[in-house]
Design a binder for this molecule. Structure first.
Ligand SMILES: Cc1cc2nc3c(=O)[nH]c(=O)nc-3n(C[C@H](O)[C@H](O)[C@H](O)COP(=O)(O)OP(=O)(O)OC[C@H]3O[C@@H](n4cnc5c(N)ncnc54)[C@H](O)[C@@H]3O)c2cc1C
Length: 84
């Protein structure tokens, strides 16, 4: 167990270069765009069907991607109704 920890490679979190205030702008400016013709060839997995996950899945689906939205509850809206 100890030996495994010693040999573990550091995780590459792919943090964008540059000052922190410019990281997000730099990241967006240098991202490769998906050709609209290739959207149907890409599967996007969204974990969670809360407000953020459901919104992201719906938006990406409307944009033409194949979206798989995984939910841990019996139904996507169950968690919100349980909070009320
Ligand atoms: C009691 C309560 C009352 C609230 N009332 C209001 C209100 O009246 N108005 C308002 O605007 N906001 C309210 N909020 C806040 C609002 O619910 C949250 O801001 C909002 O739900 C956050 O959305 P989210 O998508 O980021 O996270 P969540 O809604 O928490 O969604 C995350 C989802 O991911 C799922 N998940 C996590 N791990 C996994 C996994 N490993 N596999 C699959 N699924 C997973 C979770 O089960 C959950 O469904 C309330 C919050 C609480 C706790």
């Amino acid at each position: 167990m100890e030996e495994n920890k010693m040999n573990a490679q550091p995780i590459d979190s792919k943090i964008p270069e540059g000052p922190i205030a410019e990281k997000w702008t730099n990241y967006k400016a240098h991202q490769k765009l998906v050709n609209p013709a290739n959207k149907r060839k890409l599967d996007i997995i969204v974990v969670g069907t809360g407000l953020a996950g459901a919104s992201a899945a719906a938006t990406l689906g409307e944009m033409g991607f194949n979206v798989l939205n995984f939910c841990i509850q019996d139904s996507p809206s169950q968690e919100l109704s349980e909070r009320r």
